[in-house]
Design a protein around this ligand. Structure first.
Ligand SMILES: *[C@@H]1O[C@H](CO)[C@@H](O)[C@H](O)[C@H]1NC(C)=O
Ligand SMILES: *[C@@H]1O[C@H](CO)[C@@H](O)[C@H](O)[C@H]1NC(C)=O
Ligand SMILES: *[C@@H]1O[C@H](CO)[C@@H](O)[C@H](O)[C@H]1NC(C)=O
Length: 250
């Protein structure tokens, strides 16, 4: 079963810095402050929360990025992302402006993998995220629901009957039903591609962009082999691998 939706990806790629932080900062209002009416900048009264839009132009653009939050899951960690944002200069403390500082792993939340992520020669040759093609990263995408009783194998891929010509597919899985992106403890049992599913996709479809609803497009048990199939197909297909585009809401 699949649902066609047109999605323009806005991909925010964060980079970590080498700075270290000891100061936690709670000066930020909680993004999850509940029960307040939304407002625009023109009518800030202090008792309202800003408007945050996810859908634009009747669905032509959908922001599928997750909000960074200290309690969001982080690869292999039990306690989530933790404090990643601080306000070293703040107007409330006499600075001319508010200046934020972020430090977080580049695989946090909604992110894209660079081809060099699991193939060292690509890394050495300089294939970073800057080498990805924006034509592939942006444009209409198909949202596909996969069977909930399996990881994404060749058999599952075949059963989805994704039409030829479709270039971008977001796979919605059991991960969304289990709300894994809302649990701070990392869960290795998430659903992802197995190697034969990736190989089938490479051999039988025109898909150049793959998105999934947890921290890795590859199932935990088959992580490196699956990634390598996707990364290598970037070269043989002159395409690229994208992963980890999550839906913010169910
Ligand atoms: C302002 O400075 C005080 C005293 O140094 C500090 O406790 C507080 O956290 C600072 N607040 C912000 C928003 O930077
Ligand atoms: C500046 O930072 C303060 C916290 O010190 C915050 O209350 C205020 O909303 C910030 N202003 C802007 C324009 O972001
Ligand atoms: C998917 O694979 C993971 C291991 O990577 C496993 O724990 C999980 O049970 C599998 N999920 C399904 C639905 O088969």
């Amino acid at each position: 079963m699949y649902t066609a939706s047109t999605i323009l990806f806005t991909i925010l790629i964060s980079s970590s810095t080498s700075a270290s932080y000891s100061v936690a900062d709670d000066a930020y209002p909680s993004p999850y402050t509940a029960g307040m009416p939304p407002c625009d900048l023109d009518d800030v009264s202090g008792s309202q929360t800003p408007v945050r839009r996810e859908v634009y132009d009747d669905g032509r653009i959908i922001d599928i990025s997750h909000r960074y939050h200290p309690d969001m899951p982080s690869w292999l960690l039990d306690d989530g992302l933790g404090q990643f944002l601080r306000l070293p200069a703040s107007m409330k403390n006499g600075s001319r402006s508010n200046v934020s500082e972020m430090k977080l792993v580049t695989h946090t939340g909604t992110h894209v993998d660079a081809p060099g992520h699991m193939i060292d020669e690509y890394f050495d040759a300089g294939f970073d995220v800057d080498t990805l093609d924006l034509h592939v990263l942006n444009g209409p995408a198909l949202l596909v629901d996969v069977p909930r009783d399996s990881n994404i194998t060749a058999e599952v891929m075949k059963s989805l009957n994704i039409p030829k010509g479709v270039k971008r597919v977001l796979f919605r899985t059991l991960n969304t039903d289990r709300r894994l992106m809302w649990q701070k403890q990392f869960d290795t049992s998430y659903v992802g591609f197995l190697k034969d599913g990736a190989q089938w996709l490479k051999d039988n479809t025109d898909i150049k962009l793959v998105g999934i609803d947890y921290l890795s497009v590859a199932a935990f048990v088959d992580s490196v082999a699956t990634h390598r199939v996707f990364f290598k197909s970037r070269v043989s297909h002159l395409a690229m691998l994208i992963k980890n585009l999550f839906r913010k809401t169910v």
